[in-house]
Design a protein around this ligand. Structure first.
Ligand code: NAP
Length: 260
């Protein structure tokens, strides 16, 4: 299926690896020019070169912390202040226990996983509305649908973003801008490996055992792949998604057992 977005320009945040890279690859495969971002310049540059070479699109890497105003300013500068497609993403907060989190811990999580995405939408969506077309995909988490106890900072911040999008997406749709959230369950990335290692440490098992145990709880019996995730993102950014507004698409291999 031709997604009809060849020649569009996208910002994909936190995209040198993992789910962000999966989204960047899938958009590039559809002929979308990219600005991609991550903090570490080396991995980011090599990802940008690999994507540009594989798909023949322009890929501009911007090494910056997307959770800071300075980092976002650099990224927006590279875009010339406008984009047709925005994929928001940032690293997730660390696991812990609800009794231990300080005000500062909450503020950091909210900055990274709620307010950064909102600031980028505030910067780029008005231009999309003026031009009469835009797509925004926020990478949130399955934790929005089913909380994960040790990831309470993530549960909290991402639910706030979800509430914001629920209202805002309905205020911009009449201008051709569709804003939706993609909710990853377990996917095979460094983040998942780190969480498995954490489980292994606290429970005295190996990381492989922790992973096998988690995979057994997923009806698809495997972690998702970044390319699976990217394909769903590219569809939400496509011409065909014009009637999908303010939705939360859970990609978890069926792990959440719920009728809806
Ligand atoms: P990952 O494999 O660890 O990749 C994270 C990417 O984000 C890297 O490119 C990293 O590069 C970049 N990054 C991290 N913090 C950044 C920042 N402050 N500014 C700019 N770039 C930043 O993680 P992932 O698995 O793709 O996860 C992406 C998001 O989905 C995270 O928020 C995670 O919590 C969430 N999530 C993931 C899963 C899963 O199973 N993978 C499940 C639920 C939710 P640098 O380190 O160089 O900046």
């Amino acid at each position: 299926m031709d997604l009809g977005i060849r020649g569009k320009k996208a910002l994909v945040c936190a995209a040198s690896k993992g789910l962000g890279r999966g989204c960047a690859e899938a958009l590039a495969a559809e002929g979308v020019d990219l600005v991609i971002n991550a903090r570490g310049a080396e991995a980011l540059t090599s990802t940008a070169q690999a994507i540009a070479a594989a798909h023949g699109v322009q890929v501009i890497p911007v090494a910056a912390d997307i959770t800071t105003p300075e980092g976002r300013a650099l990224v927006l500068d590279a875009l010339g202040g406008q984009a047709d497609i925005l994929v928001t993403n940032a690293g997730g907060p660390p696991p812990g226990h609800w009794t231990d989190w300080s005000r500062e811990d909450f503020i950091s999580a909210i900055d990274a996983n709620m307010l950064s995405a909102i600031a980028l939408m505030q910067a780029l969506v008005p231009g999309m509305m003026e031009r009469g077309w835009g797509r925004v995909v926020n990478i949130t988490s399955a934790a929005v649908r089913a909380p994960i106890g040790p990831l309470g900072l993530s549960n909290t911040a991402r639910t706030g973003l979800t509430g914001f999008v629920a209202g805002m997406s309905r205020q911009v749709a009449e201008k051709g801008v569709c804003v939706n959230n993609l909710l990853p369950g377990f996917h095979d990335t460094d983040r998942a490996t780190a969480l498995d290692q954490g489980t292994a440490g606290t429970e005295g098992i190996s990381a492989a055992q922790a992973r096998a145990r988690r995979e057994a709880t997923i009806p698809a019996r495997a972690y998702g792949r970044p390319e699976d995730f990217g394909a769903a993102c590219a569809f939400l950014c496509s011409q065909h998604a014009r009637f999908i507004v303010g939705q939360n698409l859970l990609l978890d291999g069926g792990a959440l057992s719920a009728t809806m």
